[in-house]
Design a protein around this ligand. Structure first.
Ligand SMILES: [Zn+2]
Length: 71
């Protein structure tokens, strides 16, 4: 009888099948590169969401400026 094989999972980044076990330090990812790619995407998404607040304030201040009158 064979020993139980370690569970296989699909890497969230590249979708390749990888082993989910102690021998895989990057589980559930297949490699360090894929793990960093996923964390990087998450971090940039957070950064992108934090930006618009100040842009909106600047836009409102500009709209409040009265138009120049020509005599
Ligand atoms: Zn991968």
């Amino acid at each position: 009888m064979q020993e139980a094989a370690p569970p296989q999972v699909n890497c969230p980044t590249c979708k390749r099948q990888t082993v989910y076990s102690r021998s895989n330090a990057w589980r559930p990812f297949c490699s360090e590169r894929c793990r960093r790619a996923d964390l990087g995407a998450w971090a940039s998404e957070q950064f992108r969401l934090a930006v618009p607040a100040s842009a909106e304030v600047l836009d409102e201040a500009g709209a409040d400026t009265p138009p120049p009158s020509d005599p």
